[in-house]
Design a protein around this ligand. Structure first.
Ligand code: ZN
Length: 262
């Protein structure tokens, strides 16, 4: 399947109304094309009905250069996004959240990004219990699919300010865990799934939604009981769980599969 086809399929899957991850023009997706470029959703497009033409092909270097600049005006941001277009004739404007896509796709082992605003996740990111209600891991599949821990960022203006905080968060996570995170939660905003491919990005999104629903249920049933860190580490490093995680992430258990029964 072409890179374009893969990102369209992922976008439509997470845009399905039944998943309750986005409505209207919410959310955005991206995929690495090669070492220098990536595709990102155009501003204002709807994920559920997206087509290849709705994606903008951009160069990483022009976008990532924004990280090292001081203050950048809205006009400069738009100009930088324009200058990054592989085909300058392409009319569509890339998503305002393009910079964090470029940052996340630059991490080792990350080739596909799905950013959504799921109702269940945002019930928690918009609560006074953020981020504690989303911390830790409660059950084995959450640990296997979402990794040992999550990155949390406070509410910040979407665009450059938010992207810089995400950059700091994912870098700190990398220092601590020696790998890219699977999931980034943004206060009063939503979630970012970082996949090695589109199947994994879909799986992370689905598991983040399920985990949020369980957390909401647990909160009403007396509180969230997370697993001890030693148990999480053991689960993630078990050979059978590693094998299962690999099958799930490559879609060998069926595209978008959560791996079937344990
Ligand atoms: Zn968003």
């Amino acid at each position: 399947m072409s890179t374009h086809d893969q990102v369209v399929q992922m976008s439509r899957t997470i845009g399905e109304p039944a998943l309750d991850a986005v409505i209207l023009g919410e959310g955005n997706t991206s995929i690495r094309v090669d070492g220098d470029t990536f595709l990102v959703k155009g501003s204002g497009c709807q994920l559920a009905s997206i087509t290849q033409e709705d994606f903008v092909h951009l160069r990483f270097d022009r976008i990532l250069a924004l990280l090292d600049r001081g203050a950048v005006s809205e006009a400069e941001l738009v100009a930088a996004y324009e200058s990054a277009k592989v085909d300058p004739a392409q009319k569509r404007r890339p998503s305002v959240e393009t910079l964090f896509h470029a940052i996340c796709l630059s991490l080792p082992g990350v080739d596909a990004i799905a950013h959504t605003h799921p109702q269940a996740v945002n019930a928690l990111t918009c609560s006074t219990a953020y981020p504690s209600a989303l911390e830790g891991r409660m059950f084995p599949d959450e640990a296997v699919v979402l990794g040992p821990a999550s990155v949390f960022v406070p509410y910040l203006d979407p665009g450059l300010t938010l992207a810089r905080a995400i950059h700091t968060g994912v870098m700190e996570y990398g220092q601590r865990y020696g790998a890219a995170p699977k999931v980034v939660y943004m206060q009063n905003h939503g979630v970012i799934a970082l996949g090695k491919n589109t199947t994994e990005a879909i799986n992370i999104t689905m598991m983040a939604i399920k985990a949020a629903r369980i957390r909401l249920g647990a909160l009403t049933a007396g509180g969230i009981r997370t697993l001890p860190e030693s148990v999480i580490e053991h689960l993630i490093n078990r050979p059978d769980e590693k094998y299962r995680a690999k099958l799930i992430a490559t879609g060998a258990g069926g595209a978008g599969s959560t791996g079937g029964s344990r």
